[in-house]
Design a protein around this ligand. Structure first.
Ligand SMILES: Nc1ncnc2c1ncn2[C@@H]1O[C@H](COP(=O)(O)OP(=O)(O)OP(=O)(O)O)[C@@H](O)[C@H]1O
Ligand SMILES: [Mg+2]
Length: 322
């Protein structure tokens, strides 16, 4: 999927826990290293990206935190964004009073898609070279670390959901701008992160269909994360299976010690199970390809918690493909 990072916005979503934040951060690191002023946007009260870069995520909620050269992170919390918006309409009513008021609660409940739309307007704003706040400089690339599929669809469909209520006026105009950005393949990209598992792949395929319906376009790529390497060929596996079955096997004319034989058998089993898991993963990758989805495989990284060095390794894996 070449040119993925040359658009204004990349939306990253997928099943819960599959590595969306990790790969959103890796893509952002890669883009910043290629020279683009890049910001990763987390949704809700998440602040995992600064943590991955070893940067304390201090500052007020929604602050833009510098992580590295040309690389920033921020968060957009739909609840807070809606509150700010209503506050603006309501003049000087303090946020705390408003948040607790039944009118606001009523509005929030009665306006489906409102908070999601206002959150997406904030994302749209970040993609604009000219920022509303005059001091701030714009970004070349915004990477949205969207929530898991269902909630992400709530964000991506919000121009339609809320637009159905407000057909005219300034909100409708904003909804149109968001919809245009999300539907325009030259300006935005939609990426699913998936594990090579049946459920995650099914979710990515469903997401592709839902995007086509909501935005008139499908996924640009599926990043299949944590893929196991295929260490052995089929011929090698056949040979390993023979080792496993070695009953009273001899080596160099001498009976192998029983413990060695058990060890050999356990090693052969382990090799077999890793091989089998890798094979099942490849079946799932094949399912994605049958749906004509562009697949980029990302290897499983062994070792302790993922840090900046690990993100750089993942960025290196993604580099030739995006
Ligand atoms: N390629 C990889 N190799 C090894 N571990 C990985 C890899 N990618 C992600 N992980 C680990 O998997 C876990 C989940 O990753 P991450 O938090 O990025 O997922 P997520 O999809 O953003 O989750 P959530 O749905 O909770 O937001 C983390 O512990 C992360 O370190
Ligand atoms: Mg995440």
């Amino acid at each position: 999927m070449e040119g993925l990072l040359e658009r204004d916005l990349v939306v990253v979503t997928g099943k819960g826990g599959v590595g969306k934040t990790t790969l959103a951060a890796s893509l952002a690191l890669l883009a910043s290293e290629r020279g683009a002023r890049t910001i990763v946007v987390e949704v809700g009260d998440q602040r995992r990206v600064p943590e991955l870069f070893g940067v304390a995520p201090d500052g007020e909620p929604g602050a833009e935190v510098e992580l590295a050269e040309r690389l920033w992170a921020t968060t957009i919390d739909p609840d807070r964004v809606l509150l700010e918006w209503v506050q603006e309409l309501g003049g000087r009513i303090p946020g705390k009073v408003l948040a607790g008021s039944s009118t606001f609660q009523y509005f929030a409940a009665a306006a489906p898609g409102a908070k999601e739309l206002f959150a997406m307007v904030k994302v749209w704003e970040l993609t604009q070279g000219k920022r509303w706040k005059r001091r701030a400089r714009g970004y070349d690339l915004v990477i949205l670390d969207a929530p898991a599929t269902g909630h992400a669809l709530g964000l991506l469909r919000s121009p339609q959901t809320f637009g159905a209520i407000a057909r005219v006026g300034p909100v409708a105009a904003q909804a149109d701008r968001v919809q245009d950005l999300l539907g325009d393949r030259r300006r935005s990209a939609h990426v699913a992160v998936s594990h090579a598992s049946e459920m995650a792949v099914s979710e990515a395929i469903e997401l592709d269909g839902a995007l086509r319906e909501a935005l008139g376009r499908g996924l640009d790529a599926v990043l299949v994360n944590a893929v196991l390497p295929r260490r052995f060929s089929a011929q090698e596996m056949a040979r390993i299976a023979k080792l496993d079955g070695a009953d009273g096997s001899r080596s160099g004319g001498r009976r192998t010690a029983r413990s060695d034989r058990e060890l050999l058998r356990a090693a052969a089993h382990a090799a077999h199970s890793v091989h089998e898991r890798a094979r099942l993963q490849q079946n799932q990758v094949a399912r994605l390809r049958r749906h004509e989805l562009e697949v980029v495989s990302v290897p499983f990284l062994w070792g302790a918690a993922l840090d900046r060095a690990a993100l750089a390794r993942l960025a290196g894996q993604l580099d030739p493909r995006v």
